[in-house]
Design a protein around this ligand. Structure first.
Ligand code: ADP
Length: 396
């Protein structure tokens, strides 16, 4: 069975075509500058990348171009679109109702449209992408996989905020959690490695956006992102958790509108805001190594906050069996893994410095020090595969 995975953003559309019998990615790519002009990058294993300017007035034009390339005699990987059995769509938000991956019929689409207020950045383009794909591929099932659904089983005391309860009822303000598909994937891989499906696992997804999740017995019990992806650890340009009064103080002191305050916390804060060296962790590491105080401080604040959340989840779960690092920073920044796990030997957490510094990038690695009770693992994430797998399971 061949499954197409689509991740539509406001001006981009990413795709991957999986052969689920062999678990291979047959082709993948990215349509950019949708609604502006249009560029497509199309990749196939063992072939040079293909890049072309194509006019993409909307998502429909982009997906039509993707299907034309996938079936192209030279650049394609399938003979006909009918070989695609189903399409999996990534959605950041499934609200309170879409608590697991689902085939997206009219009712589900209506519900997704009703919750765009909770998800104004990702919701509308993901819906446009879905509608375009349904129009172009009307005879197959379209499945939605929601970042939030991994958290739908959390206890009420873990997701209700201590503000007037009526506001939860009226506006559905609560912790939703994000990156769930990534956390679900790496937590399952870790449990498989431990040979213990009941394991207590803390997964640290540290990329441009970062979140930490506690999983027990395959179910998320807590997570650092909240009502929006703004909560939790500092990120590339997002502040993560701060005293909420800072926002209202700044609005008054700097005369900021709500949108300007939002922009400041989402786009100008985090590692970029502290360091002044932009949001890319590699640049900040370089500046820190060259002795720049603010770059060093940014990395210290990041590690301090990760450690704090990891510690709180160990307390919450009454222990931990594995700590997993994933995504761009988690998979690549060896020093960060060491710093986060430093001075936690009293909890049974200890990293083998040599293995941690030399393990191959982009691969599973067990970097646990000999004798340490808790496993420290590096597991490359694969959200697209998880989306393809859910799509397969719902449609086969
Ligand atoms: P996204 O959230 O956009 O998917 P990624 O998971 O790709 O992001 O992570 C991007 C982050 O990973 C960037 O901050 C980048 O600097 C960081 N990163 C990538 N490689 C390294 C590395 N070798 N060392 C430190 N950070 C790295």
């Amino acid at each position: 069975m061949k499954i197409l995975v689509v991740n539509a953003g406001s001006s981009s559309l990413k795709y991957q075509l999986f052969d689920m019998t062999t678990n291979e990615v047959l082709a993948k790519g990215l349509c950019e500058r949708i609604g502006i002009d249009g560029i497509i990058t199309h990749k196939r294993p063992s072939n040079p990348d293909y890049k072309a300017n194509v006019a993409f007035p909307d998502h429909k034009a982009a997906i039509e171009c993707v299907l034309a390339l996938l079936t192209d005699k030279e650049k394609g990987v399938i003979a006909d679109v009918s070989e695609i059995s189903a399409v999996g769509h990534r959605f950041a938000h499934g609200g309170e109702k879409l608590t697991k991956s689902a085939i997206l019929g009219d009712q589900e689409l209506e519900y997704l449209e009703s919750i765009v207020g909770l998800n104004p950045l990702h919701g509308p383009p993901a819906i446009s992408g879905l509608k375009a794909c349904k129009e172009v591929m009307p005879s197959v099932n379209h499945v939605g996989v929601f970042d939030t659904s991994y958290y739908s089983g959390m206890e009420d005391y873990a997701y209700i905020y201590p503000i007037p309860y009526e506001l939860y009822e009226k506006h559905k303000i609560r912790r939703y959690g994000f990156h769930g598909t990534s956390h679900r994937y790496v937590a399952a891989k870790a449990a498989e490695y431990l040979g213990n499906k009941d394991a207590k696992i803390i997964t640290c997804h540290l990329g441009n956006g970062s979140s930490i999740t506690a999983t027990v017995n395959g179910k998320a019990v807590d997570t650092s992102m909240g009502f929006t992806p703004q909560d939790g650890v500092p990120m590339g340009t997002r502040s993560g958790a701060i005293d909420p009064t800072v926002v209202t103080f700044l609005q008054k002191a700097e005369g900021l509108t709500a949108a300007e305050a939002d922009n400041l916390l989402n786009k100008q804060s985090g590692l970029a805001g502290i360091s002044g060296f932009g949001s890319d962790c590699r640049d900040i590491r370089d500046a820190a190594a060259a002795g720049n105080y603010r770059a060093q401080l940014a990395m210290k604040i990041l590690c301090h906050n990760i450690k704090k959340i990891v510690g709180s989840y160990i307390a919450e779960m009454n222990g931990v069996d594995a700590i997993v690092f994933t995504a761009g920073i988690g998979e690549n920044d060896r020093d960060l893994r060491e710093e986060v796990c430093k001075d936690m030997s009293f909890l049974g957490i200890e990293v083998d410095a040599q293995i941690n510094q030399t393990c191959p990038r982009g691969e599973f690695a067990d970097v646990t020090a000999k004798g340490a009770k808790v496993k420290t693992l590096v597991i490359p994430t694969n959200e697209e595969y998880m989306i393809a797998l859910d799509t397969l399971n719902l449609t086969k």
